[in-house]
Design a binder for this molecule. Structure first.
Ligand code: ATP
Length: 444
């Protein structure tokens, strides 16, 4: 039996400390305890992984309660399944999932299984692929022993993805998407029988039977991969996008855009993130492009049925709805404040993708300047100072601030003193909304 204690001992100190602590508590409670799944796979591959899945042959909740007491951190539990999650703070943040070894029975295809408690072997048997169905014993007296009932170690060495049994993709069709994700991430290959079963499940329309929120989560995981385009190409080749919408066409034009998304994101992240409050979601950039060929009606229906977050839905729709209009406005001669007015209300994801989508050099320059300069420009005067001038908060107050910002964007002044003068001389005298100021300014 292979022993991987050496590799375990070379894990980052926070991870090793947590494992040793779990191992000690499990011994006191008399439970055999294992690290399982992706964590074991990644240890063997030498890939960093801070998601630690632990399975106990005992009560996972008991173990977690004790662990959280000693670490003085909170935890959440799923009492019915006897699973719990703890986030262990530190230089690297570790997510620890503790489960009670279990057996699953699928009564209905593509539905969630019934769960009973069982042995580590039962627990490993219910997993997706052999490479994810290994365990590492972390009990004190057998620390580091590899538990490999299903030849996962060999498949990992041979770079092979293999399901555990022939009904795997019928029981849980989301495994189709997981297979593609792991195949592309690790440059593995789906062995012939598994590929045949995968294709059969696809052609039976099994993926479409899964709850949309589970499909959404798997899709997001794909879009969060370092190179999601490889997986998207693979799904397209398998004619697998029907699960999103039967008429979704991802053509070469879309793939050409998808291929440029990462470069665009890196450019933004490398140059501007510190300047902008809002983080750009890289996965969402991919989603927006992926869905660009759906009609507006189908797009809205799809996004809603997958229950994406409202703010994400708005961004996808805004790209579809606003791009042509915005690009055509930006083709014209336009002031800087005009550019700001058009682009500022849009999300950064949408603005970035407009940059990608537009072939016109003038439009591109305007968007780039917006991101580089205009979007960061603010007026000097703060609200309190304006109140001291007799302005009262309200809609007109906002209008005045907007007018001041526009003037600043258009280069009418730059220093604080000039700004104050501009406000007093150019904006306030014309503003019917500021009786207090008008009265004051009329004073001799
Ligand atoms: P990643 O590196 O992407 O996080 P992972 O293998 O850790 O990959 P998770 O989704 O965190 O993936 O799942 C943890 C483990 O749970 C997997 O390694 C696998 O053993 C099991 N698992 C997850 N999803 C399924 C599924 N749909 N069917 C069967 N087993 C699954």
């Amino acid at each position: 039996m292979e022993n991987l204690a050496d590799k375990l001992n070379r894990e980052p100190p926070e991870v090793l400390r947590s494992i040793k602590l779990i191992s000690g508590i499990a011994e006191e409670l008399g439970y055999p305890v294992y690290a399982v799944g992706g964590f074991v796979r990644d240890i063997i591959l030498g890939v960093e992984d801070f998601d630690l899945d632990v399975v106990v042959e005992g009560d996972g909740i008991n173990l977690t309660r004790e662990l959280s007491r000693r670490l003085k951190v909170g935890w959440t539990a799923h009492i019915r399944f006897k699973t719990a999650t703890i986030h262990i703070p530190g230089e690297v943040r570790i997510k620890l999932d503790v489960a009670t070894a279990r057996r699953e029975i699928y009564d209905l295809p593509a539905a969630l299984p019934k769960v009973n408690f069982g042995s580590i072997k039962d627990d490993l048997k219910r997993r997706d692929f052999t490479i994810n169905a290994m365990a590492l014993d972390i009990s004190r007296d057998s620390f580091g022993e590899l538990v490999d009932f299903f030849d996962g170690r060999k498949d990992l060495r041979d770079k092979v993805l293999r399901v555990m049994h022939d009904l795997s993709f019928i029981d849980d069709p989301t495994r189709i998407l997981r297979a593609v994700r792991f195949e592309q991430r690790f440059d593995f290959y789906i062995e012939p029988r598994t590929l045949k079963l995968l294709k059969e499940s696809l052609s039976k329309g099994m993926l479409e039977k899964v709850h949309n929120h589970r499909l959404r989560d798997e899709l997001i995981l794909i879009l969060k991969e370092p190179d999601p385009v490889k997986s998207l190409r693979r799904i397209n080749k398998l004619r697998g996008f029907k699960f999103i919408h039967p008429s979704l066409a991802v053509d070469e034009k879309t793939f050409a855009l998808l291929k440029r998304v990462d470069e665009l994101y890196q450019w933004f992240a490398g140059n501007f993130v510190h300047k902008h409050k809002h983080k750009v979601e890289r996965w969402l950039l991919y989603l927006i492009v992926l869905l660009e060929n759906l009609s507006m009606v189908k797009l809205k229906r799809t996004l809603q049925s997958f229950a994406f977050h409202k703010k994400d839905i708005q961004k996808v729709i805004s790209f579809k709805k606003d791009t042509a209009k915005v690009v055509s406005k930006l083709k014209k001669e336009i002031s800087i404040s005009g550019i700001h007015k058009i682009l500022f209300p849009l999300s950064y994801e949408v603005v970035l993708l407009m940059l990608l989508k537009s072939g016109d050099g003038r439009v591109k320059r305007k968007i780039q300047n917006f991101l580089r300069v205009y979007s960061g420009i603010q007026i000097h005067l703060r609200g309190d100072e304006l109140k001291e001038l007799g302005l009262r908060p309200g809609p007109d107050f906002k209008l005045i601030l907007k007018e001041l910002l526009d003037a600043k964007l258009d280069g009418k002044f730059s220093t604080r003193e000039e700004e104050l003068l501009y406000l007093k001389n150019e904006i306030l005298p014309d503003s019917a909304a500021i009786p207090a100021f008008r009265q004051e300014s009329k004073k001799p």
